[in-house]
Design a protein around this ligand. Structure first.
Ligand code: CA
Length: 377
């Protein structure tokens, strides 16, 4: 018999699943005949290589077509989205914007069988333990009878339905809003999926009617060290420092805020509010949160981002990000490892390096900084 990674993995997984309360019949039904999915492995590989600038991401995520489709979706489903938003205390346009980003308003919900996708990742991924816990959650969903294995479809990474819930989130937060007795986020009808997303936002403290963020302009000579994660102030304090709402008007007061510079000193700046961090629970990437918030604003008729992006720059590749992290650490600015992802730790190392070198400490990882550190570009 040939060596089979999936069958070997299933043999090891089964006792763990039984210990977690999955019944033998559920396991038989879900795992019999399963093999590794090449499409999942391929997507995983291409995503690991993928890097994109914030403006390229926003161009696609908040395109004219997406905005128009969002307005149409809010029109078509306005009644139910309005009832959902009122019930959970969230804003309709944010629920619709998440729907737009996660599945293009239900048109791209994913056609990969969730059990097979999660088993493939659990058996092969370096974050296998995470995917195994999501697989256990998916098996619990099957066992509870909310959906059949055949209907349980989603993305290559295990996210399911109109708003791409992971199984563990489904278990704790999905709701049966239409009252038919099943929490059905997979159906053509988006009601339960949108209500589940609203419940999720409410769970993490969404404040209805409050901004997620607003584009700002910074005063000449702004101290970029104030744009760090720890610098939280009420909007009025930023305003007193000369920070203005782009396009004019006062900055709204809605709890502690901070300055976000997605492209460093060279592009648009935002003041972000507690609601920004609620959207982060859906996806931690700043680009994603900005896209959701901005798409929501645009659906309501808000204008585009005013400040131009530095479109002549390109994104650093993963290898270049790793080189940047290694060189910063070698230069005495510890990035806490070199994983090729520019997170808060790398940004603060970068700011410290920029300060020490007499550069604007905006924490933005660019080719110019890599060259400055002596890296190959
Ligand atoms: Ca239902």
């Amino acid at each position: 018999m040939t060596h089979d990674i999936m069958q070997d993995w299933i043999a090891a997984f089964q006792p763990r699943a039984l210990a977690a309360g999955i019944r033998p019949a559920t396991l038989d039904q879900a795992l019999t005949g399963l093999s590794l999915r090449d499409d999942v492995l391929e997507k995983e590989r291409s995503q690991a290589e993928f890097t994109r600038t914030i403006w390229d991401y926003l161009d696609r995520a908040v395109s004219a077509e997406r905005i128009a489709a969002g307005r149409a979706a809010l029109e078509t489903h306005g009644d139910i989205v309005g009832r959902i938003a009122a019930h959970y205390g969230v804003d309709p346009q944010i629920v619709v914007a998440i729907w737009g980003l996660e599945s293009n308003f239900g048109t791209l919900r994913g056609d990969v069988p969730t059990i097979a996708a999660l088993a493939t990742l659990a058996a092969t991924n370096r974050r296998g333990a995470y995917f195994e816990s999501e697989l256990l959650a998916a098996l619990q969903i099957l066992q509870a009878g909310d959906v059949t294995a055949g209907q349980m479809m989603g993305s290559w990474a295990g996210a399911m339905g109109h708003t791409q819930f992971m199984p563990s989130n489904y278990l704790t937060l999905a709701v049966d809003f239409d009252g038919d007795g099943r929490r059905d986020i997979w159906a053509e009808d988006p009601t339960d999926a949108l209500a589940s997303t609203a419940a999720y936002l409410a769970r993490w403290g969404w404040q209805a009617g409050k901004p997620w963020g607003v584009e700002i302009t910074l005063p000449h000579g702004f101290d970029y060290l104030l744009a760090g994660e720890r610098e939280q102030k009420p909007a009025a304090e930023w305003q007193a420092l000369g920070v203005c709402r782009a396009g004019g008007g006062d900055l709204a007061e809605a709890g502690p805020t901070r300055v976000l510079l997605p492209a460093g000193a060279l592009g648009a700046a935002f003041l972000i509010y507690p609601n920004f961090h609620v959207i982060e629970h859906y996806n931690r990437a700043d680009a994603y949160v900005l896209a959701v918030g901005h798409l929501g604003d645009r659906i309501l008729g808000g204008g585009p981002i005013v400040t131009p992006w530095p479109r002549d720059l390109r994104a650093l590749t993963r290898d270049e990000c790793v080189a940047l992290q290694n060189r910063l650490t070698q230069a005495g600015f510890d990035t806490g490892g070199a994983d090729g992802r520019i997170g808060p730790r790398t940004q603060s190392a970068l700011r410290a390096f920029q300060t020490a070198s007499g550069l604007a400490p905006d924490g933005f990882a660019s080719l110019a900084i890599l060259r400055h550190l002596g890296g190959q570009a």
